[in-house]
Design a protein around this ligand. Structure first.
Ligand code: N01
Length: 548
């Protein structure tokens, strides 16, 4: 990439003030803000371009589940001249957006692409991190900011026989950059999360046969995709400042207004009308913007599930298939496992070339050289798609050999469960900060919103440390324990623990079960971060040490 920092340049550089790992929304925002404030900051990025998740997730149909203009930076210098073609843009357009941001903010000159961080170790002598990359280079940094996102480590279950499959097999997050044509192929998709739904919609259009292997039905919501023209967006832009302000004030970093009513206090007619309205608005409206007790009260939650189920049944012709996709008994409370958005997912199953296999009724026995064995029968495939998700939130961090002051790795520190102070710092790992990390709003928050809101707090902290001549800052063990208790306490007040989801770490065998995202919403989260900062960064030990 033009302007890309060459490996030899990095090699020669003695040290940087801040090394940022990852060039998605969080990382590029850090780079821009820190550079603007005079920090010598750089990014190391594993992908070949900016975009983070949008570099890796280029499978057919990959698109964002967040409506325009929420999924972009709030900087007017950017949005004034940028227009999208669709209300829910696809991965290719998101990449174009990142290329545009790169040009406007002049980022690439300070980014080293195609480089994996393999290890990082804090050195008490120099009070610096030594960060090793897979090109053999070690960079020294006063601070490291991990912006690895929630989905940097993909997950493929240990299916018996997987290595013997003779066809083409890819995880959605490791899709070939040159693409893969489903036309006329027999395609099997394992997994029905957001990725599985999106690939299925594409594969169903051209594959000779598509089989969707479903373990848990996905409670997918109507996207209500629309094309967008420039005139419409010019009009919309008058509202952008207010909508971006709202992003900072809402639970999940969106622009939805407050929901004030309980689903149980209104008449059936009013409830139905509210649900219909949210359904017609599309996107996450039905998830986040109907009644205030959907995620708190089981009876309220049931009303949302029943509405959703009736919508699915009205679209699927075969009642047995409809029941497999939307069973009478909810697989888990509505909305506590991430719903995905769909355009024609349920109609797919009315097509002759599309089938669903219920893995709860007929478990996947093994992968064979030709396909998948279910109930003693072999189904043959040319292409198998692993839409099986991620070791979310923590996996992207613990897969790096990050060593703190006690010789302990981050993976060891989090062996019994992730713990942090404010979701940004870890005891025993000084001068290390996390954006979008565990116990921060992370997966419960719209990515660009968190990149800015949490990102601003981190930038301010780094500025304050510089101003106060603090060269060693570390979260205390007590602060870490009390933040963990606080996060768990809020989680217990919700229904999130009732689902086996990646939100709970429950999708990965052996992973400790815990709420991985801060469940109290962005405003409460930021209030606590801001209070800690005002209180002299309460929960941190700040030192101005003469380095040895
Ligand atoms: O992964 P997932 P994803 N045998 O973990 C199944 C974001 N995202 O990549 O539910 C059989 O949701 C598993 O079954 P179950 C978004 O936040 C965003 O789809 O565990 N099946 C599940 O169906 C999303 O939530 C966008 O029973 C197995 C699937 O694999 C997150 O990324 C687009 C299995 C995994 O679903 C992750 O989504 C895409 C096994 N052994 C993703 N193990 C946009 O906004 C797992 N499964 C654009």
């Amino acid at each position: 990439m033009a302007g890309n920092l060459s490996k030899s340049q990095l090699d020669q550089s003695e040290q940087v003030d801040v090394l940022i790992i990852g060039a998605g929304f969080a990382g590029v925002y850090q780079l821009k803000q820190l550079r603007d404030r005079g920090f010598n900051a750089r990014i190391v990025e594993a992908g070949a371009t900016l975009g983070g998740i949008w570099y890796w997730n280029c499978y057919p149909g990959a698109r964002v589940d967040t409506h325009v203009p929420m999924y972009e930076f709030s900087d007017e210098e950017l949005w004034r001249d940028w227009n999208w073609t669709e209300r829910f843009p696809d991965w290719a357009e998101l990449r174009e957006y990142f290329a545009y941001v790169d040009k406007k903010w002049d980022l690439s000159k300070d980014i080293q692409f195609n480089t994996h961080v393999t290890a990082a170790e804090f050195d008490e002598e120099s009070l610096q991190w030594s960060v090793k990359t897979d090109d053999g280079v070690t960079t020294r940094a006063n601070s490291v900011v991990f912006c690895t996102g929630f989905a940097a480590k993909s997950y493929i279950p240990e299916f018996d026989g997987l290595d013997d499959f003779e066809g083409i097999c890819h995880h959605t997050a490791h899709w070939p950059q040159q693409g893969l044509d489903f036309t006329g192929k027999r395609v099997g998709i394992i997994g029905t999360g957001a990725s599985g739904v999106q690939v299925a919609q594409e594969a169903g259009a051209t594959a000779s046969q598509l089989t969707v292997f479903q373990r848990t039905p996905i409670l997918a919501l109507a996207m209500q995709q629309k094309t967008l023209d420039v005139a419409t967006q010019d009009e919309m832009k008058k509202e952008y400042p207010a909508r971006y302000k709202r992003r900072n004030e809402s639970y999940g970093g969106f622009d939805f207004p407050e929901t004030e009513k309980s689903a149980l206090e209104v008449s059936d007619e009013e409830r139905n009308a509210t649900f219909e309205d949210a359904w017609a608005r599309g996107g996450f409206s039905f998830w986040s913007n109907t009644f205030n007790d959907i995620l708190m009260d089981m009876d309220a939650n049931q009303t949302a599930y029943d509405f959703w189920r009736s919508k699915v049944h009205s679209r699927v012709i075969d009642p047995v298939i409809a029941e497999t996709l939307a069973p009478a008994v909810a697989p888990h409370p509505f909305g506590v496992k991430r719903p995905s958005l769909e355009q024609n997912y349920f109609e797919l199953f009315n097509q002759d070339n599309v089938a669903v296999v219920d893995l709860k009724a007929t478990p996947l026995e093994k992968i064979t050289p030709k396909g998948v064995q279910i109930d003693g029968k072999e189904l043959e495939f040319d292409i198998l798609v692993m839409a099986t998700g991620f070791d979310a939130v923590t996996g992207g961090l613990t897969q790096i050999d990050i060593k703190g002051t006690r010789g302990e790795t981050l993976k060891q520190h989090w062996e019994k469960g992730a713990k942090t102070h404010l979701g940004v710092a870890v005891n025993g790992f000084p001068n290390m900060l996390l954006v979008y990390g565990p116990q921060s709003p992370s997966g419960f928050c719209n990515g660009p919103s968190c990149a800015e809101i949490q990102g601003d707090w981190i930038v301010k902290m780094l500025e304050d440390m510089r101003e106060q001549k603090v060269n060693r800052y570390e979260a205390t063990a007590d602060a870490e324990n009390s933040w963990t208790d606080h996060v768990n306490m809020i989680s217990e007040m919700t229904m999130f623990p009732k689902a086996d989801s990646w939100y709970m770490g429950a999708n990965i065998p052996g992973k400790p079960r815990q709420i991985l995202n801060y469940p109290g919403g962005v405003p409460l989260y930021m209030e606590q971060c801001n209070n800690a900062a005002k209180d002299g960064y309460k929960g941190f030990v700040l030192d101005s040490v003469k380095s040895k």
